[in-house]
Design a protein around this ligand. Structure first.
Ligand SMILES: Nc1ncnc2c1ncn2[C@@H]1O[C@H](COP(=O)(O)OP(=O)(O)O)[C@@H](O)[C@H]1O
Ligand SMILES: Cc1ncc(COP(=O)(O)OP(=O)(O)O)c(N)n1
Length: 520
């Protein structure tokens, strides 16, 4: 059996003798993600989990010798660039890149450590930006992104005289602002930007890949730990390594995030320093090799995203079933009879009114004010949705009762039962498919809308970015609840989720009604 070749990955970065960041973290990350790590040192940094004490920069000619020693002998599959420190170092690495042209180049534009210590001279920022055309993926945090976005606005980054202030943008305060800055950077230098929302200060930790106008988002959940020293170094090295195997940035980020989240979740198993400790790069490998003393087993699905991802995969048959239903195909191509469409909407209005009550119950049980507010807002949105259905399509009084179809009643009974219990995790798992399946099918349906389509105004509602964000938020909440739930409760969550998914399929399948069978 032949296995995939082991990628040879070179890190060009500074050091961290305490092992959590810089080149030491890069080598662990490369190894943990299945690569062979190599390292050329740009600067020696005396630092630990509390911060940076001093920096020693060896002559750049020696850096060039290190780089040549590797590239003269080894075929390099990917390069990860971290701390560069000075303009001279930037120029040295840049000229080596131009000569060697490694197939994959990932740049973590390290400027300031989380501790607040500068790791790049201010006047070297423009030189760093000037290197971006040689880079495939750049992975700035929000502060670094703001600097690059500011430079993207100037005529030429190198036209900024050394030492003078450059046109910096303020760090984005929300996700939309970060994505807008990333787009500027991506378009200016034709580079893919990995946007990291970890510094937004919310309990979500989203990431996104921005390639010009193309955007792929990855919802993430914040792990409650101080051990985040070196997360940026570790993620960028993991991306370089995984990309050399996958040749697919989105797949690489999905894998890298799952690995990093697991390494953050298990970072408490390490006892390194008394400040912001390192992530546990090998947590998953140790656990699977039986080397972990941790009481809780690390299963293949421990992280929130992995758990909800597994549940989603398990209902693939239901998702395919929904796509193939005559109601859905008829809605897409506009051939669905109007009476069938209106009959469906009447059931939807009935459903939304009671779904809102169950959402309100989730708000009542929510463990944090933020989740309480999220479910309350969703409940309000659901009632407004019912009113809108009456106003736009159904006529009649809002709240007017249609006769409930047995399928609608069965779905609402299932949700009411979940709401009648006291398990918030099980309740939110039952609520999730209505967000997720509707949003998923809706994205495809929306692409079929056009000005002459009889249901265009309905299909267009599927493109609402606010609904997409709400869905991501619901997935993140459920994933986090599942990750910390005891096994029995997590199993109950999975069952509640699949049961709701089955009801969703039945709901979409209600119309057109099958003709009555002739009596025997
Ligand atoms: N507490 C956390 N929980 C989950 N993910 C985190 C956490 N801290 C950082 N990350 C993730 O680690 C990666 C790098 O994070 P970030 O802190 O933004 O970069 P940097 O270390 O360069 O400042 C991002 O994908 C971010 O979402
Ligand atoms: C030598 C060196 N390089 C980079 C960093 C910064 O690490 P990063 O992963 O961006 O995040 P923090 O460690 O600042 O949280 C560093 N400290 N040292």
């Amino acid at each position: 059996m032949s296995s995939a070749p082991i990628p040879r990955v070179l890190s060009i970065a500074g050091t961290d003798p305490s092992g959590g960041a810089g080149i030491q973290a890069d080598l662990k990350s490369i190894a943990a993600n299945g690569g062979y790590g190599m390292a050329a040192v740009t600067a020696l940094v005396a630092q630990n989990t509390h911060g940076v004490r001093s920096i020693h920069v060896p002559p750049v000619a020696f850096l060039r010798e290190q780089l040549d020693a590797v590239s003269d002998d080894v075929e390099i599959d990917a390069v990860k660039i971290g701390m560069l420190g000075t303009t001279q170092i930037v120029r040295t690495v840049e000229s080596w890149l131009i000569e060697v042209r490694p197939p994959i180049v990932v740049l973590d534009p390290v400027m300031v450590a989380t501790s607040g210590d500068r790791l790049l001279d201010a006047e070297a920022e423009a030189a760093l930006a000037g290197m971006l055309p040689l880079v495939d993926l750049v992975t700035p945090n929000l502060a670094e992104l703001a600097v690059l976005a500011g430079l993207a606005g100037s005529a030429h980054p190198r036209s900024v005289p050394p030492g003078s202030a450059h046109p910096s943008s303020a760090p984005a305060r929300d996700w939309a602002g970060a994505l807008a800055q990333a787009r500027r950077v991506s378009e200016r230098w034709n580079v893919i930007v990995l946007v990291k929302g970890g510094h937004l200060g919310t309990d979500a930790s989203p990431d996104a890949l921005v390639d010009g106008a193309t955007l792929v988002e990855f919802p993430g959940v914040r792990v409650d730990t101080r051990n985040t020293h070196g997360t940026g170094c570790s993620l960028s090295s993991a991306m370089a390594t995984l990309q050399a195997r996958n040749h697919d940035w989105a797949a690489s980020l999905r894998q890298a995030k799952a690995w990093l989240t697991e390494s953050l979740l298990r970072s408490e198993e390490l006892h390194v320093g008394s400040g912001n400790g390192p992530v546990h790069h090998f947590a998953g490998l140790y656990a699977r090799a039986g080397l972990s003393d941790a009481e809780t087993e690390i299963s293949a699905a421990t992280t929130p995203a992995q758990i909800t991802g597994d549940w989603w995969d398990a209902i693939a048959g239901i998702r395919d079933g929904i796509d193939a239903l005559p109601f859905v195909t008829g809605l897409a191509d506009g051939t669905l009879e109007r009476d069938d469409f209106l009959a469906y909407l009447a059931q939807d209005a009935l459903y939304l009114r009671d779904y809102a009550r169950v959402l309100a119950r989730a708000s009542q049980l929510a463990p944090t004010s933020e989740e309480q507010a999220f479910w309350a807002t969703s409940a309000s949105g659901s009632i407004l949705g019912e009113l809108e259905l009456h106003r736009e399509w159904l006529g009649g009084e809002p709240g007017a009762t249609f006769e409930a179809h047995p399928v609608t009643t069965a779905y609402l009974n299932h949700l009411a039962a979940a709401g009648a219990g006291t398990s918030y995790p099980v309740l939110v798992a039952a609520l999730l498919p209505c967000f997720w399946l509707y949003q998923d099918a809706g994205e495809r349906l929306h692409t079929r809308s056009h000005p002459g389509h009889p249901y265009a105004s309905w299909l267009d509602t599927y493109a609402d970015p606010a609904f997409r964000m709400a869905t991501d938020r619901a997935i993140a909440i459920v994933g986090r609840a599942a990750a910390s739930a005891p096994t029995a409760e997590r199993d109950a969550m999975r069952r509640a989720f699949s049961e709701s998914a089955r009801h969703e399929l039945a709901f979409f399948a209600m119309f057109p009604e099958a003709p009555d069978k002739p009596s025997e």
